[in-house]
Design a protein around this ligand. Structure first.
Ligand code: SF4
Length: 287
């Protein structure tokens, strides 16, 4: 759990200008991203607003965009990694693109390399993925996107069963797992080229998702097991379906419950509840 006392005190910004680690080098993705920020003055990336300064860049949570500088905690680049590890309530964030980045901070990156390093702490690998999807010759380089079938077909061991989900069930599982309430990456991959429809930036963010992540793979494994168990049970009664739907609707209204994000054994895990809605075509109903 984050050391709240340490975080509560003003932290000096100490960017290691002599740091030559891979994370703090100027790479083509970092150069291109910094140029994109500079051309637009500011950019929202995940839940972070990045603003060009006379020298360098400022980063803060989007929710803090109107707050005075003095009301925000100045954090050093090295603090950002720890800041991204936990929610405001101290829960671990296994998925850094979850919409649960804590607020109340700002950081200054004193150059392109520092900007790349700050973002790599907050959203590991995201700038490289963003760069990979920049149009080349007028179109997106879709060859870098891996479909669900391609991804699961190369799984072995306990994840091999994820190939067994039929397209409709896999689509419901994906819509549930990647729902904007749980992840802000823009999913570009599908099951087979069209299903489920890729995310759009307006629902998510500039950060692309090029292939299923570890969270989704684990969720797919659990859903496959649940579906196998359900086939051996009698069909649920209308009353049971109503009860499940009500629980799912209630759970989907408070996605950041006390259940650990990746605890998919918990029947009331918000993603499992969301899956029920997706599977039964109830996700679009007013909530
Ligand atoms: S697979 Fe889904 S949940 Fe995982 S990072 Fe991509 S969009 Fe997010």
């Amino acid at each position: 759990m984050m050391n709240q006392d340490a975080f509560a005190k003003p932290q000096p910004i100490v960017f290691a200008k002599t740091d030559v680690s891979a994370a703090n080098q100027i790479t083509p993705p970092v150069t291109a991203f910094a140029a994109a920020v500079s051309s637009q003055i500011e950019i929202d990336f995940g839940q972070v607003r990045i603003r060009r300064l006379a020298a360098g860049f400022e980063l803060r949570h989007i929710a803090d965009r109107l707050r005075k500088d003095a009301d925000l905690q100045l954090v050093a680049e090295t603090e950002l990694r720890r800041l991204a590890q936990f929610t405001a309530s101290g829960a671990f964030r296994p998925l850094k693109s979850a919409p649960s980045l804590r607020t109340g901070w700002r950081a200054i990156a004193q150059g392109d390399a520092a900007l790349g390093s700050c973002l790599n702490h907050l959203y590991p690998g995201a700038v490289a993925d963003w760069f990979a999807m920049q149009p080349a010759g007028g179109s997106r380089p879709t060859s870098k996107i891996t479909s669900y079938r391609e991804f699961t077909n190369r799984q072995t061991g306990m994840y091999r069963i994820t190939t067994m989900l039929d397209d409709a069930t896999a689509a419901a599982m994906i819509r549930a797992c990647c729902h904007p309430a749980f992840c802000l990456k823009q999913r570009l991959w599908t099951i087979n080229g069209s299903l489920p429809a890729p995310d759009v930036i307006s629902q998510k963010s500039l950060i692309p998702c090029l292939e299923p992540c570890a969270i989704l793979l684990e969720f797919a494994r659990k859903i496959t097991r649940v579906e196998q168990e359900e086939k051996s049970r009698p069909s649920p009664s209308p009353a049971e379906i109503t009860r499940l739907r009500d629980a799912a609707l209630a759970g989907s209204k408070r996605p950041h419950s006390t259940i650990a994000e990746s605890d998919f054994d918990a029947p009331r895990n918000p993603r499992r509840l969301r899956f029920i809605l997706e599977k039964h075509g109830m996700a679009g109903k007013p909530q």
